[in-house]
Write a protein that binds this ligand. Structure first.
Ligand code: NAD
Length: 335
């Protein structure tokens, strides 16, 4: 039985991770969850936002499932999400964005995978005031991390039979930093002649995605553009409640939805747990429970397509719990 660290998070985190536990139990995969939280509440009781107990648990188990965690804006502590990604060098943030039948959007043919560099760029956290009224943030791009994310993107494309990789950048303005990123991706692309390669400037990419999302396949981006384009892409398929993700390192992986803690929805039993449930399916793929991962995806898609139990973000009235129970019922009835 796999032992996996579970970080419920805060805001809607505990509600949507509860859905994950129920759905995985209904799929009959046995997981020994080691639940250890992080964040402001943990700080109040322990004096640390991330305890040694949590770090040791992730180091030992090598796999974690994480609910969203709130980060204060413009002040306070450093993002726990970013800290964990950097601490465990989960360098590839993989976010499949796919149209789901039954979800009403202007597009029904989106099938993208966003591969975001996850350890550096403006997320390096090097910021200071140069003098009163002048602040500086340092954008760090290294050859090592750029080659690594490029290699990951092309390997991913090859393994999953994708035809094209698009590198997204702003090297026309940030000629040195984004220029280095682009040079590295180009060097990797040259090793994969069977996969089409193209480069698109990030602002144009945003317009192209909202007009012709079907033209794109795998996108590889530095950290910040990857973050922004992920939310934009989520909007193409029905919103953040639907898009899963994984932070992949050489030997450690942390699975989490793209969305944050959605404080306005917290405690109301109305958040859509789909993104977290699909992130859990990615976790099951990762541990080799491929059949169960596929069954869960089918159960989620069928429940949404059926349209009886649909959460508020998709125009329905079902609670998080009712939607989750419908997925579990589908699993029980069909497998
Ligand atoms: P958010 O993703 O929490 O919410 C953005 C919008 O999407 C809101 O309208 C919200 O209601 C909606 N939404 C998000 N998840 C949803 C779901 N499951 N079902 C239905 N609707 C959903 O982003 P935000 O408001 O910018 O950030 C809130 C907090 O979350 C901030 O503190 C931010 O730092 C944090 N955050 C954490 C993570 C993470 O833990 N990985 C990621 C992003 C943001």
């Amino acid at each position: 039985m796999s032992k996996i660290t579970l970080i419920p998070g805060d805001g809607i985190g505990p509600e949507v991770t509860e859905s994950v536990l129920k759905v995985i139990a209904a799929s009959k995969v046995n997981i020994n969850w080691e639940t250890i939280n992080a964040g402001e509440d943990v700080y109040k009781s322990t004096g640390s936002f991330i305890t040694d107990e949590l770090l040791n648990s992730i180091s030992t188990n090598k796999i974690a499932f994480k609910g969203p965690i709130t980060t204060p804006i413009g002040k306070g502590f450093k993002s726990i999400n970013v800290t964990l990604r950097q601490k465990f060098t989960t360098y590839a943030n993989v976010r499949p964005v796919k149209s789901i039948p039954g979800v009403k959007t202007p597009f029904n043919n989106v099938d993208l995978v966003i591969i975001r560099e996850n350890t550096e760029d403006l997320y390096a956290g090097i910021e200071h005031f140069v003098t009163d009224g002048v602040a500086e943030s340092i954008k760090v791009i290294t050859e090592k991390a750029s080659l690594k994310i490029g290699e990951y993107a092309f390997q991913y494309a090859k393994k999953h039979n994708h035809k094209k990789v698009t590198a997204v950048h702003k090297a026309n303005i940030m000629k040195i930093s984004d220029g280095l990123f682009l040079d590295c991706i180009r060097n990797v692309a040259a090793k994969y002649p069977e996969i089409e390669y193209e480069e698109v400037i990030v602002d144009n990419m945003c317009m192209q995605l909202v007009m012709h999302p079907e033209r794109y396949d795998v996108l590889v981006l530095p950290n910040l553009y990857g973050d922004i384009v992920s939310d934009l892409a989520a909007g193409l398929v029905g919103g953040l409640g639907l898009v899963p993700g994984a932070n992949i390192g050489d030997d450690i992986a942390i699975f989490e939805a793209v969305h944050g803690s959605a404080p306005k929805l917290a405690g109301k039993n109305i958040a859509n747990p789909t993104a977290c449930i699909l992130s859990a399916s990615m976790l099951l793929d990762y541990i080799g429970e491929i059949d169960s991962a596929e069954k869960i995806r089918k159960a989620v898609y069928s429940t949404i397509k059926e349209g009886v139990y649909i959460t508020k973000d998709l125009g329905g009235t079902a609670t998080t719990e009712e939607f989750t129970n419908a997925i579990c019922t589908y699993l029980k009835n069909n497998y």
